[in-house]
Ligand binder design. Structure first.
Ligand code: 5GP
Ligand code: ZN
Length: 115
């Protein structure tokens, strides 16, 4: 756990969040500044700074994050209408919290372009 990292704190239950799912590998919780009716973040419990730091040994972890995203989308009732998964990476990618996370966004028709 990285003490200065807000998402490490959430994963370790050291700060408040609206947690929807937690297991030994991942945690999912609602974004405090939702951009759509459903906006959930799915994170690995271990600190991985960004996609750039993902290792070969993290393959099953990243797969599990997507499975959890799919389960939560169903739980939230947005799986049939569809949703968007976003992984912002680095400053140009719009990443502001440097602990890897999937954004699960839905509940409305998404607009293009992404940028
Ligand atoms: P990024 O811009 O790094 O892809 O996304 C970071 C996301 O984390 C933003 O959507 C922001 O609203 C959310 N966020 C930042 N701090 C907190 C926090 O303390 N709690 C929760 N639940 N979300 C946060
Ligand atoms: Zn962290």
């Amino acid at each position: 756990m990285v003490d200065a990292c807000i998402f490490c704190k959430i994963a370790n239950n050291k700060t408040q969040s609206t947690t929807l799912y937690h297991d030994e590998q991942v945690t999912a919780f609602r974004d405090t500044h939702p951009v759509a009716p459903t906006h959930i973040l799915i994170i690995p419990n271990k600190h991985i700074q960004s996609l750039n730091e993902l290792l070969d040994e993290d393959k099953s972890l990243i797969g599990h994050m997507f499975i959890v995203a799919r389960q939560i989308a169903a739980q939230e009732g947005i799986h049939e209408g569809g949703y968007r998964i976003i992984v912002n990476t680095g400053p140009d990618g719009g990443q502001t919290v440097f602990h890897l996370h999937l954004h699960l966004i839905g509940g409305q028709r998404m607009r293009h372009p992404l940028g």
